[in-house]
Design a binder for this molecule. Sequence first.
Ligand code: PLP
Length: 385
Amino acid sequence: MTHISEREYELPNAVIGDLLKTALEDKSVISLGPGEPDFDLPAPLVEYIKEIAGDVNHYSPVGGRRDLKEAIVKKLKRENKIETNPDNVIVTSGSQEALLMATACSLDVSEQVIIPNPSFLGYLPTFELFNAFPIALELKEEDNWNINPDELKKLVDRKKTKAILINTPANPTGNVLSKKLLEEIADVAIDNDLYIFSDEAYEQLTYGKKHHSIASLNGLKNHAVTFQTFSKGYAMCGFRLGYAVGPSPLIKAMEKIHVYTTVSAPTISQKLGVKALSMKKEYTTNMVKEYDRRRKFLVKGLNQLGLETINPNGAFYTFSNIKHLADDSFKFSFDMLRKAKVAVVPGREFGRYGEGYIRCSYATDYKNIEEALRRMDKFISKIQK
Ligand SMILES: Cc1ncc(COP(=O)(O)O)c(C=O)c1O
């Protein structure tokens, strides 16, 4: 019989996969599930692919092409106020690969990493894959989904904790951490000599609140590892291009194991990355404008349906309270999928403190959001009776 490892067996199944598969197969379903931009690749990048197609069949250097790393260093200075150099940058196949390698290189078996809960469903399995020990830091609706620094301090075990993970703007809550809060988190990391893994996948997608990179703060040179990506801001998910910037010993260690993961991010993607960083900002700002229009409409609509929803300042998600309607967010989401033909993601998918909520994505057409709200209205009216 084929043997499946204990490690694999213990990993949670992402229910989101089943849900979105059903949503894709049934054309009558409107999906508010997507975790990726619905926009086309920006036109200059489409043109550039044609130009370079004949010259991208070779491996790129392990850890990334020099020209891309140099462009990333300039971008980090310009947009994130992070001063660094190409040796402190590693280019990866999406930022998810960077997080996986950073975990492999910084956390020994049973060492602890504190992660916000609810948070992106990719975190927990990544840490568990390496037998590190994730500790949940509860985020609360009444704190606007912010990290509570006092709660964070209580979770630090000076012998076992190695890292704190933060995500701003956040998936699934859309929350953007303020500079003051980042400073408080930075103090905890410095006082306890911890890494901070800062996932900034949605850094470009903010609405009226500025994104700050924790690595730009004083004293974090040896602590902060910043993860960024081309997936969201440039609608380049399928090109699998991300990177990490951090302390050079850790980045060197990640380069060492890159040989055993993907060797290098695709050469075509890396060349496109250089081009993307040289483009006018308007390609991203136009997407942000459209997301913002949908965000306002969706947040208003959900609140009108009685699903309390905090106005998110970033990413492309809303996170709504359904506690008055259901105890089980999975059951609620599957019922709504079946009966109202609207797909949303159950909050428990993002951790136990996500129970009682649903995530809706507005990375879909405005008209779809209008129709989804109409259907949700009918569905909710029926279950309230
Ligand atoms: C918070 C967060 N971090 C990281 C990722 C992974 O992005 P990438 O495409 O760069 O691997 C995602 C993808 O949805 C995400 O939501």
